[in-house]
Structures are given as C-alpha cells and as structure tokens.
Ligand binder design. Structure first.
Ligand code: IPE
Ligand code: IPE
Ligand code: MG
Length: 242
C-alpha cells in the first residue's frame, strides 16, 4: 500500500488578518450586524488557537479601525465593548494555552475603562511564551506612522539625534509592532481587495491572500488554503531566486 506523502506546508511566523464581512455574514442570515460581530469575536478565539497549534508565532487581527468611528452610533457603541468581551471570552483559554495578548492602536480616543481593560489583559499575559495575539483596536497605519514621526521629530528637536540618524530600522522600531517578527502573510476575508489602512509599512514585502469567505465562516480549511498558497510563493525581496 502506498501512503500519500504528506505535503510540507510553510507556516508564516507573523500572520495578519483583516477580519472583514461580519455584517454581510449576519445580513445573509437575517441577523443583526451586532450578532455578526459576536460570532466574529468568537472566531478570533478559535483562529488564534488554531494558529497556535500550527506554529504561527504572531497573529495580528484588525478588530476596529480609526475609520470605523464613522459607523452608526449604536454599532460603534457595541464595538467599544470588544475589550470587555475579549476579557470575558478569551482569558481562561488564553491562560491555558499560554497565549500572550497585546494591543496596537491609538490610545487617545478610547475610554479610561477600555484602556484599563486593555492594560490588564496585556500585563496579565506579558510573560507567556505561546502565540502572540496582537489585537489592532482603534488602529490605523496613518496614525501609527504619524505618531512614530512625532516621537522621532521630538528626539531631533531635543538634540538626542540628528535628522541623518533616522533610518528605516528606527521607523520600524517606533511602530506598535516593533516587538513582532516581520509580516509574512496578510489575509483579508469577505472579498474586498484593499488594505483599508492596515499595516501599510509592515506589508511592504508581505504576501497577500484574499478569500470571499466572510470572517465568521473562516476556519481551519480556509486557513490551510491560505498557508498552501503562501507555501507556493517565491519571496524574492527584490533579488533573483529560482
Ligand atoms: C468586520 O466586519 C469587522 C469590523 C470592521 C469591525 P464588517 O463590520 O466590516 O462587515 P461588513 O464588511 O460590513 O460585512
Ligand atoms: C477594515 O474593514 C477594518 C477592520 C476589519 C477592523 P472595513 O469594513 O472597515 O473596511 P472598508 O470600509 O471595507 O474599507
Ligand atoms: Mg467591512
């Protein structure tokens, strides 16, 4: 009997997901957008555990963008309960599986209560050795890069550095993602073919994978398809490789 040779799959070290389509998924089922978001949150937990079991080192998920404030008031109000939902729904599993949680995003618009929750989740999990789950909340690349430029400009003004000391590495090290490995693969669900202000700097040499599947329906089969596609890519980084 011949055994089928198992295919080796390259697992990205740092995977990012634009988890899109909660609303469309819900509307197609006669549910409210909020119900779509609820299933979407639960799916972050599931996909994080899957990624951990498959050997991904860091998973960045786009949970709320700096532009999502422009949605109807009741939807924004619901989305602002995400930090407490994460704490309630994720804490015990993440402790069990040694998952470290961090948040990337602007701090100035969030309520004191939400900032306290985010701080609590982050500091409780800071020494864990498993998957790093980077939840991007009130995140936008324009803001991230602008904040980095402001900090660096202040160092120039104070005479700590000269303008010519500013390097690509220095900018990278001023982004929220400074402690994460370089971005390898970026997945967007739900059929849109755009970045929507997500990880613009970090995605310079990332691979992209787009699927029509809505985020609440995205699971192991889709993740494996994305990894298979990633495995087949020839990442040249501008050089010439076979
Ligand atoms: C993604 O789903 C979640 C957030 C942006 C918060 P959407 O809410 O964007 O769902 P669609 O794109 O309207 O279907
Ligand atoms: C991107 O999705 C933001 C998040 C997934 C949090 P959107 O649904 O907000 O993006 P657009 O409006 O389709 O570009
Ligand atoms: Mg959307």
């Amino acid at each position: 009997m011949f055994l089928k040779k198992p295919k080796t799959i390259t697992i990205p070290k740092h995977l990012a997901i634009i988890l899109d389509g909660n609303g469309r998924w819900a509307q197609a089922r006669g549910l409210s957008r909020t119900q779509g978001h609820q299933v979407g949150i639960e799916n972050i937990r599931k996909v994080a555990l899957l990624c951990q079991s498959m050997g991904v080192k860091a998973l960045s998920v786009y949970a709320f963008s700096t532009e999502n404030w422009n949605r109807p008031k009741n939807e924004v109000e619901y989305l602002m309960t995400l930090p407490s939902e994460f704490e309630k729904k994720f804490s015990s599993d993440f402790e069990k599986y040694d998952i470290k949680v961090m948040f990337s995003g602007r701090k100035s618009k969030l309520t004191k209560e939400n900032l306290e929750i985010l701080d609590r989740i982050t500091s409780l999990s800071k020494d864990r050795q498993g998957l790093i789950l980077n939840i991007c909340f009130d995140y936008g690349s324009y803001t991230e890069i602008t904040e980095a430029v402001q900090t660096i400009a202040t160092d120039v003004k104070n005479g700590i550095i000269e303008p010519q000391d500013i390097t690509q590495e220095m900018i990278t090290n001023h982004l929220y993602t400074k402690d994460l490995p370089p971005l390898d693969l970026l997945i967007r669900t739900s059929g849109e073919l755009r970045l929507s202000n997500f990880l613009l700097w970090q995605a310079a040499y990332a691979e992209f994978y787009f699927t029509k599947v809505h985020w609440p329906a995205f699971g192991k089969t889709e993740l494996l398809k994305a990894f298979e596609s990633y495995t087949s890519r020839n990442r040249r980084f501008g050089a010439i490789k076979g």
